[in-house]
Design a protein around this ligand. Structure first.
Ligand SMILES: NC(=O)C1=CN([C@@H]2O[C@H](COP(=O)(O)OP(=O)(O)OC[C@H]3O[C@@H](n4cnc5c(N)ncnc54)[C@H](O)[C@@H]3O)[C@@H](O)[C@H]2O)C=CC1
Ligand SMILES: O=C([O-])CC(=O)C(=O)O
Length: 357
């Protein structure tokens, strides 16, 4: 039976009133709450926030997270354009309820209650720049966002993408220490794109499907600190010294390859969103209690003398529950490790002193 005309008109008026752009800047009164819809995000799953959700990485990342069945609530935060991205993504007929948050005054609402916070906020490189050149701007952005996390969701797992990762992870750790909320297991620098690239490039050389290949990449996430362990590739295989040289360099320079190809229009966004979702999904499966989830990440570590280092970690309910050792290295990798540690030490120190100064 059709509702009476007056009631139907009222219902339409009530919903369309909430589709005005200002009301899409959701926080307290989300579009769903205001329109009194039945969906409240109560489906089983995890609550995930993306900080920097309107950016080159943030948008495809939001799209892919909205498709992830482990996500029940997806908060999209940015200092620009969050309402538009939120409106767009929220029309996808997948399970996660999407809410948007715009600007610093809505950061706390964006973060409250989150299980996982993914951070791709900050400026990307242009040709000729190193990742370290981004420190000046991104250090402050990461600091502010992590202060919000310490206050509103101190137990959330944090996936930090913003560059330079080798310094932003130490920055985040210092912010959390200052706030008294630091749990090293819950702070993970995302180096998954290095692994994704390594799998792809190694598969190309071997003539295999990249899905069958697994390459551990250790160290950090910039230039020589990115150290693929080609002696530990699965399935077991061997490389000529030319192949080793070519693959190591290509993996280390993968980011620069994209920056140059984009010629001023930014750095890797689509492959990064893919890698970020692959990593976030592993974290969520760990949170759910799945056994045997391992990925490489840049974490607090005792594997070397440095306080942070990327190796394979086991992901569980508490985050990075176990940090694996490097395993046997060949001579080429031992030399690479020394160069990686030298640069890493300086980048880590730079991040720490940014907060302690
Ligand atoms: N870890 C990794 O493997 C990779 C890291 N990156 C890094 O990810 C970062 C983002 O890259 P893109 O998405 O390409 O840049 P983008 O410029 O396209 O997007 C960044 C977004 O962050 C937002 N933002 C700026 N300040 C913010 C704040 N205080 N709070 C919240 N959001 C803020 C911007 O409004 C923008 O929407 C860069 O630092 C880049 O170097 C990029 C690729 C790989
Ligand atoms: O190269 C960049 O600036 C972005 C990045 O970290 C990557 O693509 O690996």
């Amino acid at each position: 039976m059709q509702p009476p005309m007056k009631e139907a008109n009222q219902r339409i008026a009530r919903i369309s009133a909430h589709l005005n752009p200002p009301n899409l800047q959701m926080g307290e009164g989300s579009i769903l709450e205001q329109a009194n819809c039945r969906a409240k995000g109560g489906a089983p799953g995890f609550k995930v926030a993306i900080l920097g959700a309107a950016g080159g990485i943030g948008q495809p990342l939001a799209l892919l997270m909205k498709m992830n069945p482990l996500v029940s609530v997806l908060h999209l935060y940015d200092v620009v354009n969050a309402p538009g991205v939120t409106a767009d993504i929220s029309h996808m007929d997948t399970g996660a309820v999407v809410r948007g948050f715009l600007g610093q005054p809505q950061l706390e609402s964006a973060l409250t209650g989150m299980d996982l916070v993914v951070i791709p906020a900050g400026v990307p490189r242009k040709p000729g720049m190193t990742r370290d050149d981004l420190f000046k701007i991104n250090a402050g952005i990461v600091k502010t966002l992590c202060e919000g996390i310490a206050k509103c969701c101190p137990n959330a797992i944090v996936n930090l993408i913003s560059n330079p990762v080798n310094s932003t992870v130490p920055i985040a750790a210092e912010v959390f220490k200052k706030a008294g909320t630091y749990d090293p297991k819950r702070l993970l620098g995302v180096t998954m794109l290095d692994v994704v690239r390594a799998n792809t490039f190694v598969a190309e050389v071997l003539g295999l499907d990249p899905r069958e290949v697994s390459v551990p990449v250790v160290g950090g996430h910039a230039g020589v600190t990115i150290l693929p362990l080609l002696s530990q590739v699965k399935p077991p295989c061997s490389f000529t010294s030319e192949e080793t040289e070519y693959l190591t360099k290509r993996i280390q320079d993968g980011g620069t390859e994209v920056v140059q190809a984009k010629a001023g229009a930014g750095s890797a966004t689509l492959s990064m969103a893919y890698a970020a979702v692959k990593f976030a999904d592993a974290c969520l499966r760990g949170l759910r209690g799945d056994a045997g989830i391992t990925e490489c990440a840049f974490v607090a570590s005792q594997v070397t003398e440095l306080p942070f280092f990327a190796t394979r970690v086991r992901l569980g309910r508490a985050g990075a529950e176990e940090v694996y050792q490097l395993g046997p290295l060949n001579e080429y990798e031992r030399v690479g490790l020394e160069s990686a540690k030298k640069e890493l030490a300086a980048s880590i120190e730079k991040g720490i002193s940014f907060i302690r100064k």
